[in-house]
Design a protein around this ligand. Structure first.
Ligand code: GDP
Ligand code: MG
Length: 440
C-alpha cells in the first residue's frame, strides 16, 4: 500500500537534520511508484512530485520536527493545494437571475441520473426548488428513471411531448421561469464510449441553455478511462466541476487523483452509494485532515520504534492491518501514551485518536487517560476482545469495579467504535483509493 511504501521510504530520512536532494531522491522515487501503482497518471504523479520536491528541498526542518515529519507536512500541504485548497462556500455558482442551470454530462452508467436526484435533495436542503429535466431521449427507460428519481427526491420533473433533447431543455427552462423553479438540472444522455454525435448534441444543449454549471459525472471505478473522457468532455464543453460516483465501490482511485489535474476543474461532490442520501460535498481540507491521519500513523511508527517495545508496535501494526483492533489494543495505546509522556503531542500521532484530537483535547488529560485505562482493566478478556458483549449488566459491574460512572463507560465504547471504524477505513484497500480521491 501507499502507506507501507511511504513508511519504507521515510526510513531514508531518519536521523537527517535537513531535507536534501540526496536524501529526498529515494523517498520521492517510492512515492512515485506508489502513485503509479494506484493508477495515478504518470504526468500527474510527475507534477505532484515536482511540487513536493521544490517545497521540500532545503526547507529548514522546523524546530521539533524531524525530516520525516517535515516531509509529511509538505506532502500534506501540497495535497490540499492540488485538491483545490479551501472549498468554496457554495459548490454551485447560482445565477443572479434564476433559474440556475446545472447540466450533467458523462458516459453511460456513470451515475448522471442518480446524481440528479442526489443533487436535488442537496439543493432542497438549501431551500431551493429544483426541477429535473430528462434529456436522455434515446432510451425510454431513461426518462422514466428520472421521473422515479425525482419522485423519490420529492421534486418535480419536466414532462413534455417534445422528442428533441435541445427542445426539451429549452421548454423546461421556460417552464421553470413561469413556475418559479429556481434550479434546473439537465439529465443528458451518455454513451458507452466517447462519441462525436453525442458531443455535438451536448454542445447544442449548452448553447440553448447557457448552463451556470456543467458537471462531469465520473465513475470512480473506471480508472484512467474516466480521466480520458473527462478531458474530452472538458475540451468540447468546458466543464465547471466534477462529481465522482461509486466511491463506495472497490477502486484504486488513481483516476480521481488525476481528473482535477487533467481538467483543472474542481471536484465538487462525491457519490458514496446508490441511495439519494449517499452524497456529499467534497472538502479538500477535510480530506487532507484524513491524509494527515495517515502521516500520523507513520510518525507514530517512527516514534514507536525509538521509544516503545518494537515487537508490540509490530503486533499492533499487524492487527491494525487486519482491522482486529479491540479494547485491549486501545488499553495498550493508553499505556503507550503514558509511557511516551506529554499527552498533547502524542495524541495527534495515535492512529484514530489523532483524528479525534480536537474532540478529546478538552477532556483528555493524563488523569482521564488513567480513568479510561481503569475501565478497560475492569473488563474481562472476553469483553476486551468483543465490545458487543457489553450490556447494561456488565457495564454496571465494570462501573463499580473501576469506580467510574456508566456514562463514562458508554463514552469510552463510543470512542472505541469510532476509532475502530476509522481504522477500518485506513486499512481497507479502499482507503488507498480514498486517499487518491482526497488527493485530487
Ligand atoms: P447514468 O447512465 O449516468 O445516468 O447512470 P445512472 O444514474 O443510471 O447510474 C448507473 C448505476 O450506477 C445505477 O445502478 C446507480 O444506482 C449506480 N450508482 C450511481 N451512483 C452510485 C454511487 O455513488 N454508488 C453506487 N454504489 N452506485 C451508484
Ligand atoms: Mg441516465
Amino acid at each position: 500500500s501507499l502507506t507501507q511504501k511511504l513508511s519504507q521510504a521515510m526510513k531514508a530520512l531518519r536521523g537527517q537534520s535537513k531535507l536534501t536532494e540526496a536524501n529526498l531522491e529515494a523517498v520521492l522515487r517510492e512515492v512515485r511508484m506508489a502513485l503509479l501503482e494506484a493508477d495515478v497518471h504518470v504526468s500527474v504523479a510527475r507534477t505532484f512530485l515536482q511540487r513536493v520536491k521544490e517545497k521540500a528541498l532545503g526547507a529548514e526542518v522546523m524546530q521539533g520536527l524531524n525530516p520525516t515529519q517535515a516531509f509529511i507536512d509538505i506532502v500534506h500541504r501540497e495535497l490540499v493545494e492540488i485538491m483545490g485548497g479551501q472549498a468554496p462556500e457554495h459548490p454551485i455558482a447560482f445565477a443572479a437571475k434564476p433559474p440556475t442551470v446545472v447540466m450533467m454530462v458523462g458516459l453511460q452508467g456513470a451515475g448522471k441520473t442518480t446524481t440528479c436526484g442526489k443533487l436535488a435533495v442537496f439543493l432542497k436542503k438549501l431551500g431551493r426548488s429544483p426541477l429535473l429535466v430528462p434529456a436522455d431521449v434515446y432510451r425510454p427507460a431513461a426518462i422514466e428513471q428520472l421521473h422515479v428519481v425525482a419522485k423519490d427526491a420529492g421534486v418535480p420533473s419536466f414532462r413534455t411531448e417534445e422528442k428533441d433533447p435541445v427542445a426539451i431543455c429549452a421548454a423546461a427552462l421556460a417552464e421553470a421561469r413561469l413556475k418559479g423553479w429556481d434550479t434546473v438540472i439537465l439529465d443528458t444522455a451518455g454513451r458507452l464510449h466517447l462519441d462525436e454525435t453525442l458531443m455535438e448534441e451536448l454542445a447544442r444543449i449548452k448553447t440553448a441553455t447557457s448552463p451556470d454549471e456543467i458537471f462531469f459525472v465520473a465513475d470512480a471505478m473506471t480508472g484512467q478511462d474516466a480521466v480520458r473522457s473527462a478531458t474530452a468532455f472538458h475540451e468540447k464543453l468546458g466543464i465547471t466541476g466534477v462529481v465522482l460516483t461509486k466511491t463506495d465501490g472497490d477502486t484504486r482511485g488513481g483516476a480521481a487523483f488525476s481528473i482535477k489535474q487533467a481538467t483543472g476543474q474542481p471536484l465538487k461532490f462525491v457519490g458514496e452509494g446508490e441511495k439519494l442520501e449517499d452524497f456529499q460535498r467534497f472538502h479538500p481540507d477535510r480530506m487532507a485532515q484524513r491524509i494527515l491521519g495517515m502521516g500520523d500513523v507513520l510518525s507514530l511508527i517512527e516514534h514507536a520504534k525509538d521509544k516503545l517495545d518494537e515487537k508490540e508496535a509490530e503486533v499492533m501494526a499487524k492487527r491494525l492491518a487486519k482491522n482486529q483492533f479491540t479494547l485491549e489494543d486501545m488499553r495498550k495505546q493508553f499505556q503507550q501514551v503514558q509511557k511516551l509522556g506529554s499527552m498533547n503531542k502524542i495524541l495527534g500521532m495515535l492512529p484514530g485518536l489523532g483524528q479525534m484530537k480536537e474532540q478529546l483535547a478538552s477532556v483528555a488529560t493524563d488523569k482521564r487517560i488513567k480513568h479510561l485505562e481503569a475501565i478497560i482493566n475492569s473488563m474481562t478478556p472476553a469483553e476486551r476482545a468483543n465490545h458487543n458483549l457489553l450490556d447494561g449488566k456488565r457495564k454496571r459491574r465494570i462501573a463499580s469495579g473501576s469506580g467510574r460512572p456508566v456514562s463514562e463507560i458508554n463514552q469510552l465504547i463510543k470512542q472505541f467504535v469510532e476509532t475502530k471504524k476509522m481504522m477500518g477505513q485506513m486499512n481497507d484497500p479502499k482507503f488507498m483509493a480514498r486517499m487518491q480521491r482526497m488527493a485530487k
